[in-house]
Ligand binder design. Structure first.
Ligand code: DCP
Ligand code: MG
Length: 626
């Protein structure tokens, strides 16, 4: 937006969207954020000197630990194609060269070329507003086949540098160039130039590149000399700290509009360095994992290892003992099992969301009781808390075996997708869990882009809870594409995170999402008890049905996920009906009553899916009048 008449752009956008549903939603989101800011400020005021010095000690220790994890031995390159979709369109139609061009529709733009950006036109802006800003703007519809083709060409180039490169979207990738620099005895700068040249030779398209000791910084660096440029940050502590000292926090992946506002308006944090200066307050107000992430940013830390591809579906631990109905003995055993499971999970860097309690009674009847959590957990305390609830509901009982199984992990999807891009499911909602009985929970969730625990990461997301035991994950990594580290699985301790990120409407509500740069939230992911799920492959392909919808089609994507959710509910409903018929003699707790209204809506929606949701244009009354 440098050199853009921002005031004019803001005025036009305001005038054109005023009164629209989108606008009202934005205002609601703003009000929620403001309320959170007020709450956090109030909490700050209540902090006593004693508490602040306590939190300072905690923060200092954490900083020492994080610093100890610093690894300067790796060199990461982040590549980002310039105005990708628009550049492809121009390549295929040279008459577009030099003209302001956007790809998308009158409802929403996916991207704009640099000529159009001078007018304030940008991704996720409705095309009709863009036209107002730039009357000569050419808008062409997206063609994903073309973009995928060119993306594949770039990926071939990346693979020559790093067989395990991480593609985060069609036009972005992280390449570990440590080995190639060493093997060829060439500088990272030379590799960066060479890679950019090769991409240009192979595709006719330009990209920008950042090189740094970790992915978080490499991503920041690739934006510095955009378009068609590169920036190298040396593997040097002093250079990193100087770089970080004045870096605005918003430039860092994982710090989106909401987090930026909270940190700035509550604690006066604008630059990465200030994270360290306010470390005590960060510890006091935010969860352990949020704080770790913030402090990591202050230290310029980020992901350095290539994520392991894991396929583990579940992890369990069970104990057999002489039959007993002594409740305190049973709870003690449960605590032991929870600890063992937690240790195992910790070793593998896993956090899970489905906890199953297995019981064998003294008469050898085996029961399983499971709970699907809205947070990913791994600590002994969290596991025990949920397991105890499950056990309590079964007592009194004489048992000879107890076991705990955790499933639905964050894990790394095999393949080229970046685990950090769509993973950090910081499932942070106040209502901690709901339990349901089941016999087996398969988890395909690990097949999503998963993550190892990495302190230096954050994207924010949440779960929307649906009735009747269904959970729909609405994942809202605020700045998913900016996120350049392996996302951690943030563990929610209810009541511990005062950030407001926890239940932030901005991140949680699957409505219109766009950050400052108009970046839409990319992922509406839904899962059911069979592990079915929806996410957006390469940012635009629906994993369930293959439909193509770019990120900026926010409403359309929401509608699409709603449709699949409804479809899933319908299936479940008919399954329950069938079960009801088959098992008439047994009392069946039917979910039908609860889900059928949704199912009905969905059925209608399926037929009229185009007309059911108001297209975004309709939200803009002005547009219609014009
Ligand atoms: N995209 C989208 N919706 C958005 C943002 C991006 O559909 N809200 C698509 C279109 C872009 C592509 O993803 O061409 C890559 O996104 P980038 O953010 O990298 O944007 P560009 O490559 O277009 O521009 P830049 O030169 O800033 O990288
Ligand atoms: Mg790009």
């Amino acid at each position: 937006m440098d050199g853009v008449d921002k005031e004019r752009v803001q005025k036009i956008v305001y005038e054109m969207s005023k009164g629209s549903k989108y606008f009202e939603n934005e205002k609601r989101k703003e009000a929620t954020i403001n309320q959170k800011i007020e709450d956090l400020r109030a909490q700050c005021v209540l902090l006593t000197d004693e508490q602040i010095s306590f939190y300072q000690t905690v923060a200092d220790k954490r900083i020492i630990d994080l610093e100890a994890s610093r690894d300067l031995s790796k060199t990461w390159l982040h590549s980002d194609m310039d105005a990708f979709y628009a550049a492809v369109e121009t390549l295929e139609n040279p008459s577009l060269k030099g003209k302001p061009l956007a790809v998308g529709s009158m409802s929403m733009l996916c991207t704009a070329n640099y000529e159009a950006r001078k007018f304030g036109v940008r991704a996720a802006m409705p095309g009709f507003i863009a036209r107002k800003l730039c009357p000569d703007l050419i808008v062409v519809p997206p063609n994903f086949q073309k973009y995928t083709y060119y993306s594949e060409l770039t990926r071939k180039v990346f693979s020559n540098y790093d067989a395990d490169f991480i593609a985060t979207s069609l036009d972005e990738a992280y390449v570990n160039i440590t080995d190639i620099c060493n093997d060829k005895s060439v500088s990272s700068e030379q590799i960066a130039s060479e890679l950019r040249n090769t991409i240009y030779e192979q595709t006719g398209l330009t990209c920008s590149v950042g090189v740094a000791p970790n992915r978080l910084l490499a991503k920041v660096c690739s934006d510095i000399n955009k378009p068609n440029g590169q920036f190298i940050l040396p593997n040097d502590y002093k250079a990193i700290m100087t770089f970080i000292s004045s870096l605005p926090i918003r430039k860092v992946g994982g710090i989106g509009k909401v987090t930026e506002h909270l940190l700035r308006d509550v604690l006066g944090i604008n630059t990465c360095e200030q994270m360290l200066q306010k470390s005590a307050y960060l510890c006091a107000l935010f969860s352990e994992h949020s704080t770790d992430f913030f402090l990591s940013i202050g230290l310029g830390l980020g992901g350095t290892d290539t994520p392991q591809h894991k396929l583990r579906k579940s992890m369990s631990c069970e104990r057999t003992f002489s039959a007993t109905e002594d409740e305190s003995a049973l709870f003690q055993k449960l605590a032991d099992i929870a600890e063992a499971l937690s240790n195992d999970m910790h070793e593998e860097g896993l956090c899970g969301r489905t906890l199953t309690l297995k019981l064998k009674t003294s008469s050898f009847e085996v029961r399983t009781r499971a709970t699907s959590l809205q947070t990913y957990i791994h600590s002994k305390e969290d596991i025990l808390a949920h397991a105890s609830k499950l056990l309590k509901a079964e007592l009194p009982l004489s048992l000879r075996l107890m076991g705990l199984r955790m499933s639905q992990f964050y894990d790394v999807k095999p393949g080229r997708h970046d685990p950090m891009q769509k993973t950090l499911k910081n499932f942070i909602i106040k209502d901690a869990s709901q339990s349901t009985s089941c016999s087996s929970y398969s988890s395909d969730q690990h097949l999503r882009n998963g993550a190892n625990i990495d302190p230096s990461a954050a994207e924010e997301s949440c779960l929307s809870k649906f009735e009747s035991g269904h959970l729909m994950a609405v994942c809202e990594p605020e700045d998913y594409q900016q996120s350049n580290q392996i996302a951690p699985v943030k563990v929610c301790r209810p009541g511990n995170d005062a950030s407001g990120i926890k239940d932030n409407a901005d991140e949680c509500v699957p409505q219109v999402h766009a950050d400052n740069e108009g970046r839409s939230n990319p992922e509406e992911s839904l899962t059911n008890q069979n592990g079915k799920m929806l996410w957006w492959i390469d940012d635009y392909i629906c994993s369930v049905c293959g439909a193509e919808l770019p990120q900026c089609f926010i409403e359309e994507r929401q509608e699409h996920s709603d449709y699949h959710l409804a479809e899933m509910l319908q299936k479940e409903e008919s399954l329950n009906n069938r079960r009801g018929l088959l098992q008439r003699e047994r009392p069946v707790v039917s979910l039908v009553g609860k889900i059928s209204p949704v199912g009905d809506v969905a059925r209608k929606k399926q037929k009229t899916s185009k007309g059911k949701f108001i297209p975004i244009d309709a939200f803009f009354n002005r547009y219609k009048k014009d």
